[in-house]
Design a protein around this ligand. Structure first.
Ligand code: FPP
Length: 250
């Protein structure tokens, strides 16, 4: 049997030779509540400390040459939390958007929101859209923030769009390839996901980037998110650099 040449470029998501620095890192920032509880503090204090970790990790990612950092800040399931906690998270989002936007812009960070963020309070939607518009031309690093995001919703949304196109006759059912689906996900313009990290010892994806994680390396660490800073992030990149990725080949 003739072997099919396994050029790196033909491997799914490889985008050429495997990079030693991941192009796209996603993080499930878990453990804020436990961090606060251990200190006898309200959960909101854990989220505030978690937001500080975001700042540190973003800096480390930029320094390392990561092209895109995607953070799971609010899932479509997080609405089940008590109203006070939801309102604390919204308050934090307002605070950080106001406080950090101009610094992020100066650092060349492009802000992108993934998920159905339009259901958020009107002032937040406006702040998010202004932040995306202001930073749209930046290319040092993309910070993709997942807000009211759910991976299965994202895939169902793509399926609905494709079904509509087929019904309208502008798309053939046979033309529904993985690439066609990929192009309709929120992440269509982001590099392939190379590394997915979850903090706090939980080992599940919780409806985050299920499609995009097909060939991503996974790293589950015990550290609670507020304790995960620049050094821990660099450790994760070192771990990634040691992984051998085969994309289904040998
Ligand atoms: C998970 O910890 C964390 C979240 C649901 C929110 C993540 C938010 C931040 C890091 C703050 C920055 C984000 C915004 C929106 C400004 P958990 O509460 O589930 O922790 P636990 O599992 O220990 O209870």
């Amino acid at each position: 049997m003739t072997a099919i040449p396994a050029s790196a470029a033909s491997r799914p998501d490889s985008g050429g030779a495997s990079p030693s620095v991941p192009r796209h890192v996603a993080i499930i920032m878990d453990g804020n509540g436990r961090w606060a509880k251990k200190r006898g503090l309200p959960r909101a204090a854990g989220h505030k400390a978690g937001a500080e970790s975001v700042r540190k990790v973003l800096k480390a990612a930029g320094e390392a040459g990561v092209q895109c950092l995607t953070l799971y800040a609010f899932s479509s399931e997080n609405w089940r939390r008590p109203e006070t906690e939801i309102s604390d998270l919204m308050g934090l989002l307002r605070f950080y958007l106001k406080a950090e936007l101009s610094a992020l812009h100066k650092q060349g960070v492009r802000i992108k929101i993934i998920g159905d963020y339009k259901v958020f309070p009107e002032d937040i939607v406006k702040m998010l859209e202004d932040a995306m518009a202001l930073t749209a031309g930046n290319d040092r690093l993309t910070l993709a923030v997942a807000l009211n995001y759910g991976s299965r919703d994202e895939m169902a949304r793509a399926a609905r769009i494709l079904a509509g196109q087929v019904a309208a006759g502008s798309m053939k059912a046979d033309a529904i390839t993985p690439e066609a689906v990929d192009n309709l996900l929120y992440t269509a313009d982001l590099p392939p996901l190379d590394l997915l990290i979850r903090t706090s010892g939980e080992c599940r994806l919780s409806n985050f980037l299920l499609w995009q994680a097909a060939y991503a390396e996974m790293l589950f660490v015990d550290t609670l998110w507020p304790d995960f800073g620049g050094e821990a992030f660099r450790g994760a990149l070192d771990d990634f650099a040691r992984r051998e990725r085969r994309y289904g080949g040998l």
